[in-house]
Design a protein around this ligand. Structure first.
Ligand code: GLV
Ligand code: MN
Ligand code: MN
Length: 434
């Protein structure tokens, strides 16, 4: 184990101070952050991270889709153990989702390097801190964009052409910020990520560290509801083909669908909706929306998906609209490598931290990385499970314990602890090329 005097790092006070400092960028009056991918605030935080890394002698590189890497090289030409998460946020979001994991990774990397210097034990792998571009998928869809390109699930060319609702492309946004990079992505041996749980399990059970063993499955659809534009006053009711009415019924049908499965086995929502032409005196001609269905049980999700399509047919008939569903982002119930879970469990035990295995309900960049390299995904507790909300909170002690945990896991991964782990999922999760 790493010498605790090296791991301690002034009991994590430096980490908390740095986290306070980065949380000022894009801060909202309600105590959260607003840093959508590729915006000025994202650029400011990227500059903050670049400065942090370069002032500690990391070499910073940027790939074609804005993924940022902070490299520490011990062994020329050896592959890298990557550790990181994402700095972008949802609108009016919490401070911890993603940014906690990037800063924890940066601090863990510095501690591991200090230990390597102190012991003289040069690891067989190099080490890189990573900030993945656009994990959230708030401004540009799909989510987990940078890591999807990195793992070969989407092409850079395709992603660079994706536009936000104002018609600004990923390429334009990254170029404007100076983050449309040309560096090659580092060759990768393994990946580690730490993130807030975004649920209540760890807090309820009084456990410090979640060891993620599998993902919930997700079906995200882009839906277009088409009706006919007309006058809200003069058009007789029988003649109306109101896209907003059809869309509203779809929102409610999806919500009710979740209630037909016991024990919260299905989670559903519509989080985004654009009505056209969106004028008070015009019956809407078109509504675009995103449907999100998730379950830990593939059969439940398949059943829910079939019932969703039945609802669509009923709504089309009843409201005289046409509804087009396009698969936007699907992933399955998939496991992480057991070798990584065993490694993390052993480390938690040695550090005196309680741990438990659990699934992740949210998607993460590790959801992509685990398909191509051995991957460890760790959680720290979230207060009241609040997330994608300014009230998101993880207590300082839990945040510090997570950095200690990540440091030790990373040190062992750099020494080759997961070299023999077997990949579970050769087939990439499906990301639609819309
Ligand atoms: C994350 O991107 C999610 O969809 O959970
Ligand atoms: Mn996240
Ligand atoms: Mn998020």
């Amino acid at each position: 184990m790493i010498d605790p005097t090296i791991n301690t790092d002034r009991a994590g006070e430096d980490f908390i101070a740095d986290f306070t400092s980065l949380s000022r960028i894009g801060a909202t009056p309600g105590g959260g952050v607003h840093r959508l991918a590729g915006t000025v605030e994202d650029g400011q935080l990227r500059a903050w991270l670049r400065n942090w890394l370069e002032s500690r002698d990391f070499t910073v590189t940027i790939d074609a889709v804005g993924n940022m890497f902070g490299l520490i090289e011990w062994t020329p030409n050896a592959p890298y153990v990557l550790v990181g998460s994402h700095l972008d946020s949802q609108p009016m979001a919490g401070r911890f989702d993603g940014a906690y994991g990037v800063l924890a990774a940066a601090h863990a990397a510095v501690r591991v390097r200090r230990n390597v210097t102190a012991t003289g034990q040069t690891p067989p792998f190099n080490l890189a801190v990573v900030n993945w571009f656009n994990e959230e998928g708030a401004r540009f869809q799909p989510s987990m964009m940078g890591s999807s390109v990195f793992t070969g699930k989407l092409s850079a060319e395709h992603v660079l052409a994706i536009t936000d609702p104002d018609g600004v492309s990923v390429e334009q946004a990254l170029t404007a910020l100076g983050y449309r990079g040309t560096d090659a992505a580092p060759e990768t041996a393994a990946y580690a990520e730490i993130h807030i749980e975004q649920g209540r399990h760890l807090e309820k059970d009084g456990v410090s560290i979640g060891l993620v063993d599998a993902t919930w499955a997700a079906h995200k659809y882009s839906a277009v509801v088409r009706g006919e534009q007309s006058h809200t006053g003069s058009t007789v009711m029988a003649d109306r083909r109101d896209a907003l009415v059809g869309a509203s019924r779809l929102v409610v049908a999806l919500r009710d669908l979740a209630d037909t499965f016991a024990d919260s086995a299905l989670h559903t929502s519509v989080g985004q909706l654009f009505a056209l032409p969106n004028s008070p005196v015009v019956v809407a001609s078109e509504v675009r929306m995103v449907l999100d269905l998730r379950s830990a049980d593939a059969e439940v999700l398949a059943e829910a998906d079939a019932r969703l399509h039945e609802h669509v047919a009923v709504i089309e008939k009843r409201d005289g609209v046409h509804i087009e569903l396009t698969q936007a982002h699907f992933w399955g119930v998939q496991s992480y490598q057991p070798e990584g879970i065993d490694l993390a469990r052993a480390v938690a035990g040695e550090l005196g931290l309680s741990s438990q295995t659990m699934m992740t309900l949210a998607g993460h960049d590790s959801t992509n990385l685990k398909d191509v390299v051995p991957t460890v995904m760790l959680f720290v507790p979230s207060v009241d499970g609040i997330s994608h909300n300014e009230g998101e909170l993880t207590h300082d002690d839990d945040a510090r314990a997570g950095v200690d945990m990540l440091t030790e896991v990373l040190a062992r991964m750099c020494q080759g602890a997961l070299q023999d782990a077997v990949l579970q999922h050769a087939a990439p999760a499906q990301v639609a090329q819309r």
